[in-house]
Design a binder for this molecule. Structure first.
Ligand SMILES: [Zn+2]
Length: 303
């Protein structure tokens, strides 16, 4: 599975006996997973953090809340550096969990809550819910078809989650389990290009692309300006560096083949021939290396 597809955020509620008692799971690491929904349409993961961080009049909580933009652990689960702690997400007097798993869910399972309804985009929240459950199965060697139970399955007399939230998006519990299994089995295809080293991207921009942009500006060549602007940004994306100073790093993207060829033919080849004419082997090697960095970043064969 692709373990880096989403990020897991960890922001823990304050320890309090009715929400986060601070005690570890009896099993150390999670033995199974309970699929819940929040039962609170429109409320986001952050809304649930606030709610459970302030809850004082009853015992309730779960470790994880997932909406269409984030996966938020509000009580440690063991996916990060902190060991898994108990939460109060299934009543102790139900017996299905004991029969099926040998433990009360609160003592051995993670409660994973799907946020839904209101402005929450179901498909995005669902994808994260599926991925997180697969991530947990992968981490602790569990089988989705035997180690994920819905709250309704454990407490059918009182509960309808997470089936009621899945129904909002036209999904069933069976489909959820199948989707988790598929996520777990998905093979990650390695990228067919090698990122451009940061320094190389910057040097190409400083030495060639920027001067060409300024030359275009000088003669009022708007098409040229746009072209060199895009070329510089494609080099930045091929290195995964920010597009503008101080911005977050750009998503690493394969360099368009035409960009690699253009830089080679416009600047690097002439420089290589000049070095050759001067008998400067070091410079020849340098331009050849630069060209090969570009070829690898564009996924084309080296020369
Ligand atoms: Zn529930």
């Amino acid at each position: 599975m692709d373990k880096t597809k989403y990020t897991i955020e960890r922001r823990y509620i304050t320890k309090r006996s009715n929400t986060r008692p601070g005690t570890c799971l009896k099993t150390g690491t999670p033995a199974f997973f309970v699929a819940h929904d929040s039962g609170n349409p429109g409320a986001t993961a952050d809304n649930h953090f606030d709610y459970f961080n302030g809850l004082t009049d009853r015992s309730a909580s779960a470790q994880v809340f997932i909406d269409d933009t984030k996966i938020l652990e509000i009580i440690p689960t063991g996916t990060g550096p902190d060991p898994a702690e108990k939460a109060w997400h299934v009543l102790y007097n139900v017996t299905t969990d004991n029969d099926q798993f040998g433990y009360d869910a609160n003592d051995a399972a993670l409660g994973v809550e799907l946020c839904y309804g209101g402005k929450i985009t179901f498909s995005e929240a669902y994808k994260r819910f599926v991925w997180y459950l697969a991530y947990c199965c992968d981490r602790w060697g569990k089988n989705p078809s035997t180690h994920i139970a819905s709250h309704k399955q454990l407490d059918p007399a009182r509960k309808r989650d997470c089936e009621q939230a899945l129904a909002v998006g036209g999904k069933t519990l069976k489909e959820l389990i199948n989707d988790v299994a598929a996520e777990l089995a998905a093979t990650v295809t390695p990228p067919d290009f090698v990122p451009l080293p940061d320094g190389i991207a910057q040097a190409l921009i400083d030495n060639y692309v920027s001067p060409a942009w300024f030359a275009a500006q000088k003669v009022g060549d708007e098409v040229g300006k746009t072209h060199f602007h895009n070329l510089a940004n494609n080099l930045r994306m091929a290195a995964g560096i920010p597009l503008t100073p101080g911005a977050p790093a750009a998503t690493l993207t394969k360099l368009p083949k035409s960009n690699a060829q253009e830089i080679i033919f416009r600047w690097l080849s002439p420089a290589w021939f000049k070095a050759k004419a001067a008998g400067d082997k070091t410079a020849m090697q340098h331009y050849n290396n630069l060209a090969n960095h570009l070829r690898r970043a564009a996924g084309i064969p080296e020369e």
